[in-house]
Design a protein around this ligand. Structure first.
Ligand code: AHG
Ligand code: MN
Ligand code: MN
Length: 283
């Protein structure tokens, strides 16, 4: 796993360089979710593919920017599912973006995720890694090297509310849930990039990020294998919880297609309890 995390560090430095220098316009192609690809999405995907081509323990890759599974090494152990550049449409307004990696062993489903990592490209480059049985680890890059900062532990209750999706398309009980948190004093912190939004909650002690089922996106927007499950793992390892809209742990998701999405709620324990009440989920 160390080799994979080391490779992700090299990838992060390269992608950060592209973000700072590459043309911010669209390419002439679209991805499997029907979204137009930016040149930055395509370039970041290429950087990641090239980096893992040299790592023999990596069996295959699944990317937000590729249709199917890319086989790399027949005798490899892991499949890496990744979003090369999450929030890429925010790059042209100079907001933070990120890369997300889920490392799976065996069939591609939540319970087979063995490690995950994400990179935040903001004023600094930061990396969070997580493996089973220990707290997520937070690193910050300085002159190309990643220095360990601390382990991440979520508080039981936070004060950040990051509600995703178009409000017009929320259902009544979701709206009530979000409004009730604001009435309790929660602060709105939402950039539209799940990586910095979830990163902020993790580092500022707690709160909740939601991307619910909406009337226009009944299965949510965020993709299970390379957005939802890797972050669910990190939230659970940090002492928080991560559920879908039926109260099921996101780590129990079993996608039937690599690009399947899921409504998602990730947060600290208090906010998840409030969610269960508002949604009428069993405890
Ligand atoms: P991507 O840029 O990889 O397509 O994903 C962006 C995601 C996520 O970062 C964010 O939380 C969500 O899309 C926001 O979506 P909407 O702007 O559609 O609400
Ligand atoms: Mn994404
Ligand atoms: Mn993306």
């Amino acid at each position: 796993m160390l080799t994979i995390f080391e490779t992700i560090k090299h990838i992060a430095i390269k992608i950060d360089h592209e973000i700072k220098t590459e043309d911010l316009g669209y390419s002439d192609s679209s991805n499997s979710s029907g979204e137009d690809q930016l040149k930055l999405d395509v370039k970041s995907d290429y950087i990641i593919e090239e980096a893992f081509k040299n790592i023999s323990i990596v069996k295959s890759l699944v990317s937000e920017e590729k249709e199917g599974v890319l086989e790399l090494h027949e005798n490899g152990k892991y499949t890496i599912c990744y979003d090369p550049l999450d929030g890429s449409s925010l790059a042209d307004v100079n907001l933070s973006v990120g890369s997300i990696f889920g490392i799976y062993q065996g069939e591609l489903k939540g319970e087979n995720l063995v490690a995950s990592a994400y990179v935040v490209y903001g004023p600094r480059i930061e990396l969070v890694t997580a493996i089973k049985g220990s707290k997520p680890k937070h690193y910050r890059a300085q002159e190309g090297l990643f220095n360990f900062i601390d382990e991440i532990t979520l508080d039981e209750k936070g004060n950040i509310n990051a509600p995703g999706g178009t409000q017009q398309n929320w259902c009544e009980y979701h709206k009530t849930f979000v409004d009730d948190l604001f009435s309790e004093g929660y602060r709105l912190r939402y950039s539209g990039g799940m990586v910095p939004d979830l990163h902020q909650i993790l580092l500022k002690g707690g709160g909740i990020f939601s991307y619910p089922a909406t009337s226009d996106k009944p299965y949510g927007k965020l993709r299970q294998l390379f957005e939802v499950i890797p972050f669910a793992f990190i939230y659970e390892q940090a002492g928080g919880q991560a559920l879908n809209d039926k109260g099921m742990r996101l780590m129990e998701l079993e996608p039937s297609h690599p690009h399947d999405t899921s409504p998602c709620f990730l947060g600290s324990n208090y906010e998840i309890t409030q969610l269960r009440d508002a949604y009428g989920m069993k405890n």
